[in-house]
Write a protein that binds this ligand. Sequence first.
Ligand code: ADP
Length: 461
Amino acid sequence: MASSLRRKLTISYVLIIVFSMVLVSLLASVFLEKQFTQYIIEHQEQENQQLVGLITQQYDSVNGWKSELVENIGINALQNGLIVKVRDNAGKIIWNARVYNNGMCQDIIVHMSQNMYNRYPNWQGEYKENSYPVMVDSKKVGTVEIGYYGPFYFTDTDIAFLNTLNKISALVGIISVLIAIVLSSIMAKRLSSPISRVIKTSRMIEKGNYSDRVDVKSNIKEINQLTETINTLAASLEKQENLRKRLTGDVAHELRTPIATLQSHMEAMIDGIWEADEERLKSCHEEIVRIGKLVGDLEKLTRLENERLVLDKTTFDISELIKGIALNFESQFKAKGVNLSFEEKRTEITGDRDKISQVIINLLSNSLKYTPEGGSVEVCVSREEDYVVIRFKDNGIGISSEDLPFIFERFYRADKSRSRMTGGSGIGLSIVKTIVEAHGGTIEARSKINEGSEFIVKLPA
Ligand code: ADP
């Protein structure tokens, strides 16, 4: 069963910490104990040597052994677990711990062996005796025999020390695990909460709530990329949705006027209020043509938007293309009395020839539409770095600064009544923009009311 990221992360962190702590404590205790044992063995030998040295000092070269002092040292050693026997050179006993207190000697050995068995159940130890010569002025004056539980033994203090050591490492382990749980839960929360937020937002988007955004900032790069992607997705869906809503509204709005006009005209003719003469039928026909054009433009735009990525690219001379289109427009320009000038200059471009033709046709027909008699339209092509720039400049009616930012939007017409008269549907520039952007280019409009307009198309060469 899938569990939450936070839970998974916390468990993994804790497992790692527990594992490392167990490993560290195990290694520490093994090595520490080994070191400690080594220390105990060396210390034992040192202690023996010290004891022999101390006993040696109790020999007087004139009066021989001072047995009371030897006894003091022996008793003291016995209390530390060492069973001492001192003999003179002839082998005669000076002092013997077993004679002094055999019961205590036995007790000590049993106690030490118990200490060792408690710690190491398979311990194999036994009573050992080491013999050291007592040398005074390079002459042997006696022997010290030191008996102890071997090969080494832990006193009660040693055992207490080892136990404390183990307790400390267990405590460190527990504290580390607790800290790990807290830290890992904080870390996991930091990681999982933005992801949860992304999931929540995605669900909202799924339900059609496109205005929701992920607002959490993380210090993890991938999380930030994820939230950015979701936000971009939401923004683009929101834009699409708004566009779709507006388009439906706009289409209805655009169709309502001509259909209402047609309906009232027809009804008047049917009711006999109006005579169905040529002029009235012509007017009805014009409305139908307008509706047809609008539907045709819409179809074109929809098709373009659907297939915006499918460009049938070839390399061709844009100048020659413009020249051909200008030639087709020549009679219309002449009829209106508008001068069209274009200077041909061979410029290669890679793009969809048919779609770029559409751009030129729309812009040229706009220039013609919005330039009154006696005006002039100038088209020129130039190369600027990696772009081919086509400028359409006219000295026509111009566009006001309030309208300028919206002219590329669908159905937007700067002056509704006037453009209705010119037959405009407000889609031409939307088509132009869609095509230019599909090519990776840009379009810009500069205009001043009553002075003229300039449309600058930049297409990657
Ligand atoms: P239309 O079919 O109405 O011409 P467009 O999308 O081609 O639609 O243009 C949108 C609006 O931009 C037009 O209605 C017009 O007001 C304005 N416009 C476009 N080109 C020019 C121009 N060369 N001079 C003045 N206004 C223009």
